[in-house]
Write a protein that binds this ligand. Structure first.
Ligand SMILES: Nc1ncnc2c1ncn2[C@@H]1O[C@H](COP(=O)(O)OP(=O)(O)OP(=O)(O)O)[C@@H](O)[C@H]1O
Length: 215
């Protein structure tokens, strides 16, 4: 049981970025996505979250959930943090709580946001904004966490909070998929290596001009 990905391919801007990706992450395990800039880590997370069209199969507990069921099971924390700049920190959390369920209290405390709860999000530093974005993970329980470079801009306290949250989620049977260039402080149970060369080769071979179709 857990997450299983088979033969996933995904194009962006008309170029094939991911080709035939397959891996499985059992319940309670952490998968790390690695690969150079542009290899497709963010694309893969977005595809899993249902935010980028793709081919192939994404199974959860042996079934392919429909789009709504998938989003009920997954929480995606991407680069843009999904923070609404005009709302305060507390209002952002309340907004997400209204959408996702849950209550903001624990999320505020875990990521050390209480002191800045009344600050408008557009005034936050990069690390504060990232803390706020990550705090959404704790609002409503979602089995599968998809984390895109979650440690960027975090100080050591916030990093500890994130690691604690990841460990707790895994211990409770959750599945975590993390794209990162650096260490995240928890051992990887599953490693998924994406290579820019594979994507580039796919781009080249799928280009009819370069493939010689017009010669
Ligand atoms: N919206 C888009 N339209 C067209 N191409 C895109 C788009 N977003 C990303 N790409 C391309 O898709 C490829 C994969 O990008 P992606 O962001 O998934 O890589 P990444 O492995 O996460 O990179 P990084 O380590 O730099 O964050 C890149 O070649 C990129 O230029």
């Amino acid at each position: 049981m857990g997450l299983r990905v088979d033969a996933l391919s995904c194009a962006r801007g008309g170029r094939l970025v991911l080709r035939d990706i397959g891996f499985a992450v059992p319940d309670g395990e952490v998968a790390i996505l690695r690969g150079p800039n542009g290899a497709g880590k963010s694309t893969l997370l977005r595809a899993l979250a249902g935010l980028a069209p793709h081919s192939g199969r994404v199974e959860i507990d042996g079934r392919v959930p429909d789009r709504d069921a998938r989003s009920e099971l997954m929480a995606y924390a991407g680069h843009l943090d999904a923070v609404k700049p005009q709302l305060t920190v507390a209002e952002n959390l309340q907004f997400w709580a209204d959408v996702l369920g849950g209550t903001p209290g624990q999320a505020l405390a875990t990521f050390g946001l209480e002191r800045i709860a009344d600050r408008p999000a557009h005034l936050l530093s990069a690390g504060q904004r990232r803390r706020l974005g990550l705090s959404r993970l704790l609002l409503a329980p979602r089995r599968i966490w998809l984390l895109d470079e979650p440690t960027v801009a975090l100080d050591s306290d916030a990093l500890l909070a994130l690691l604690g949250a990841v460990r707790e989620h895994a211990a409770a049977g959750g599945v975590i998929v993390v794209a990162t260039h650096g260490p995240i402080g928890v051992p990887a149970d599953v490693r998924v290596e994406l290579s820019a060369e594979a994507a580039h080769a796919a781009e080249v071979s799928s280009d009819p001009f370069l493939a010689g179709a017009w010669t």
